[in-house]
Design a protein around this ligand. Structure first.
Ligand SMILES: CC(C)(COP(=O)(O)OP(=O)(O)OC[C@H]1O[C@@H](n2cnc3c(N)ncnc32)[C@H](O)[C@@H]1OP(=O)(O)O)[C@@H](O)C(=O)NCCC(=O)NCCS
Length: 205
């Protein structure tokens, strides 16, 4: 039986677990730092916290961090990497990832999402439901492209940035690290590190 450990028993974690089962993982077990007060994530047990997972890494054929918050996801992935965890990436059977795109370890591509030719997606990224990352885009580590957000061709997004639900980004735009783009925004100009933007055209909040 192949066994997958997911760190982060969130709503996002449930979607990842459901996808993992669809992909043929026979056992999916959650770990979460809210354990033991949080002992199940609906259909899946929560078996312990990060410390428990680190003590049992060798029992799992794959490990993935399923935490929505970008900086936390990245920090947990690096902890697991340093401990020698067998990190995996998951691509939903109804997502479309070009064979000429690159997907970093620990990243997930959810149902209906598209990653096009020559795109580079870093480690621990989330390309969420129905989002698209077009040709030649470059995503740093731990980026989250939320459901229904669209990056035109040749867009760059820095480490730990969050591109909100339904956002559109014009081709060639450079978005820095730790940027938050609010739901529904239209980004037409470069964005420097650490900014939060909303609206059409997107402006600092
Ligand atoms: C942009 C965002 C981060 C701001 O959150 P916040 O700091 O808690 O801000 P608030 O909700 O207090 O709103 C502050 C102001 O910004 C406005 N605002 C918030 N989000 C906005 C958005 N997406 N577009 C336009 N205006 C927005 C509010 O109406 C409010 O305006 P007011 O001061 O005139 O009343 C958040 O609203 C957002 O859009 N998050 C992304 C959500 C998402 O994509 N989720 C996907 C999960 S998978």
């Amino acid at each position: 039986m192949n066994r997958l450990a997911l760190l982060g028993a969130s709503g996002h974690g449930k979607v990842v677990a459901d996808m993992a089962q669809l992909l043929g993982w026979q056992s999916v077990q959650f770990f979460d730092d809210a354990w033991p007060s949080f002992a199940s994530n609906c259909h899946w047990p929560v078996a312990g916290d990060t410390t428990t997972l680190l003590a049992h890494l060798q029992e799992f054929d794959g490990v993935l961090v399923s935490i929505g918050h970008c900086a936390t996801r990245w920090q947990k992935q690096r902890t697991l990497q340093a401990a020698g965890a067998q990190l995996v990436s998951l691509v939903h059977p109804r997502a479309c990832v070009s064979s000429l795109a690159t997907l970093g370890v620990g990243s997930v591509v959810m149902a209906g999402a598209v990653v096009n030719v020559d795109a580079v997606v870093g480690e621990a990224c989330i390309i969420n439901t129905g989002a698209s990352v077009d040709h030649d885009c470059k995503l740093g580590h731990a980026v989250h492209i939320c459901p229904g957000a669209h990056l035109s061709g040749d867009v760059a997004v820095g480490v730990c940035s969050w591109i909100g639900v339904g956002v559109a980004v014009r081709q060639g735009v450079r978005i820095g690290a730790e940027v938050m783009v609010g739901a529904g925004a239209v980004v037409v100009k470069d964005v420097s590190d650490g900014h939060t933007l909303v609206g059409n055209p997107a402006r600092p909040l």
